[in-house]
Design a protein around this ligand. Structure first.
Ligand SMILES: NC(=O)c1ccc[n+]([C@@H]2O[C@H](COP(=O)([O-])OP(=O)(O)OC[C@H]3O[C@@H](n4cnc5c(N)ncnc54)[C@H](OP(=O)(O)O)[C@@H]3O)[C@@H](O)[C@H]2O)c1
Length: 234
């Protein structure tokens, strides 16, 4: 497939875990992938002309423009963004400091809101723009005191996804929140003694993301809860 026929997606936090799996899945299936990573110099150089590694730090607003500009200069368009970068500080609300709050909300909520705003003209121009938010089942229920700070940020991220979905309606922009339980990544395995092989795998999430990105405008999907097991509602 030629460069001009390929749709272009930005993926934040693509250095490892779910973001890296999404990047591999999309690159292998006809997308140009622009990876936003805090330290791209530590990543293997891309071995495809359809992959670009850019410096992006969710806590540095100036890195948004640099990432967007490099992507446009290289691929000429932007059709989708996957807001994947995220942090989880296991703190109850008695333990969480104001700095913990600012850090968590800065990465998990403020950064995807700001980046979406800056990408909006390009997503509109696409005619079938897509926004995927890596939220969490912690954005739908609070499972433990220790997960409260993270849950608060993911509830907000879910609200952001729904707000973008409303805003994008008339422009053909579709926004989907992916809401997993434990996924076998550095984050997931640090949170539980559950064996990694029992968890949802990053590749499973990547397949869902590809499906959401490929579906036509007439198939709008607001949320996808994904669980490694069966809970009452999820
Ligand atoms: N794993 C789970 O069980 C699970 C479940 C539900 C939802 N999620 C969500 O899925 C997303 C990906 O999680 P994961 O499991 O792949 O996590 P992970 O293995 O901990 O990877 C996190 C990614 O986010 C990046 N990141 C962290 N802070 C950043 C910042 N300030 N600016 C830019 N990038 C930053 C990391 O970059 P560095 O390599 O530079 O640190 C890394 O690429 C997150 O939003 C997470 O909340 C995960």
């Amino acid at each position: 497939m030629s460069m001009s026929a390929r749709r272009v997606v930005l993926i934040s936090g693509a250095s490892r875990g779910i973001g890296a799996a999404i990047a591999a899945e999309l690159l292998a299936n006809g997308w140009c992938v622009s990876l936003g990573c805090r330290a791209p110099e530590k990543m293997p150089a891309p071995d495809s002309e359809y992959q670009l590694n850019c410096q992006y730090d969710a806590l540095d607003p100036a890195s948004d423009e640099r990432w967007i500009d490099r992507t446009l200069a290289t691929f000429g368009r932007i059709d989708a963004v996957v807001h994947n970068a995220g942090i989880m500080l296991p703190r109850s609300i008695l333990e969480a400091s104001d700095d913990d709050f600012d850090h968590t909300f800065g990465v998990n909520v403020k950064a995807p809101m700001r980046l979406s705003r800056k990408l909006w003209p390009y997503l509109k121009a696409s005619g079938s723009g897509r926004v995927v938010m890596l939220v969490s089942l912690s954005g739908k229920r609070v499972r433990s005191a220790q997960s409260t700070l993270y849950s608060m940020s993911k509830f907000a991220a879910l609200a952001l996804a729904h707000g973008l979905r409303r805003l994008g309606d008339e422009h053909g922009i579709r926004c989907t929140a992916i809401c997993p339980s434990y996924v076998a990544t550095d984050m997931g395995t640090a949170l539980t003694t559950l064996a990694a092989e029992k968890m949802t795998q990053p590749e499973d999430i990547a397949l869902l993301v590809r499906t959401v990105l490929m579906l036509p405008n007439r198939a709008s999907i607001a949320e996808i809860p994904v669980n490694w097991t069966v809970e009452d509602s999820f």
